[in-house]
Design a protein around this ligand. Sequence first.
Ligand code: SF4
Ligand code: FES
Length: 247
Amino acid sequence: MDYIFKIFRFDPRKDAAPYEQEFSVDWGDTEKVTVLDALFKIQQTQDKTLSFRYSCRLAMCGSCALVINGKEGLACKTLVKDLGSGPISLTPLRHLPVIKDLTVDLKSLINRLKKIEPYFIPRTSTLEPAIIKPTSRERKIIGMNTECIACGSCVSACTMMHWAPEYIGPMGLNRAFCLIADSRDWPGNRLARLGDENGVYRCHMEFNCTDVCPKHISPTRGIHYLKRQIFWQAMKSLISFRRGKGE
Ligand code: SF4
Ligand code: FES
């Protein structure tokens, strides 16, 4: 069976503007063919200059994220047979500069992540391994959100990224949520920074990020948790300020 792919092409070094190129790919048995398989076949048999990114081919590394028929997804996880019989459109992730064709520049994504200090800072130093029971309240709060593979699909789907390019975005805020909800982590002033003009209040709870996440994470849920924490922190500061004034 022939599948038609309409693929975004752009080489900023030689093209004046992006364009769409059509490829027809013939598969006998399409049951297990993924979008990434199709991209390989096009590259190997029709146009070796086609550029796309991948690494694990197992939905683990996040590098093959694309916009497939208008919706973000992993090329290695998306089966061609699930995309209907019409032409399949493949475009790069939104809100990120295109390096070439389907390959985007991830620098701005990483810079946004850096803003929240995305690494664990222990409150107390110990050589003992942490015991986190799956049934503990804290573990349940964090839920699936630690499973993020940093694919950038949520950032691409977030409409606020268009209006506020400096917004930390759902990927970084999801990471911040995982750290702040972990009582072993030293929050420093991470939470205070998340309340600024490029932080949590940019999120209008549209759930687009939640809708596209290939790991079934809800960054929106994490952002909502952060908003509540910022509110309670502000209330606590206000109460202790008033107490200090003897009111
Ligand atoms: S939260 Fe989901 S969509 Fe966003 S970067 Fe992580 S895995 Fe990708
Ligand atoms: S190649 Fe790693 S997630 Fe698709």
